[in-house]
Write a protein that binds this ligand. Structure first.
Ligand SMILES: [Zn+2]
Length: 89
């Protein structure tokens, strides 16, 4: 009985860690542009998917309505490092 209870607690911990990893992966992009404060986090998913599929980043940013170059550099220069850091947390 006791061993089964301990196993269940361990299972719950693993599930929580996986959900935290998913949230951190989604939240690693800055929410707002450092220079002008424009909202950019909501555009990251579309930008990342389309550029991974081979679309031109300039055209994708135009389609998303990101006009200012300060906001454009936030998305273009972003590198997802969360997978590198996460094992050490
Ligand atoms: Zn900006």
């Amino acid at each position: 009985m006791l061993e089964i209870g301990a196993f269940e607690v361990t299972t719950i911990k693993i599930v929580k860690c996986e959900s935290i990893k998913e949230k951190l992966t989604e939240m690693i992009v800055p929410v707002r542009c450092f220079t002008c404060g424009g909202l950019i986090a909501d555009k990251w998913d579309d930008f990342h998917k389309r550029t991974e599929d081979g679309d031109n980043p300039d055209k994708v940013l135009e389609d998303l309505g990101v006009k200012r170059w300060c906001c454009r550099r936030m998305l273009i220069s972003h590198i997802d490092l969360i997978d590198e850091f996460l094992p050490f947390t």
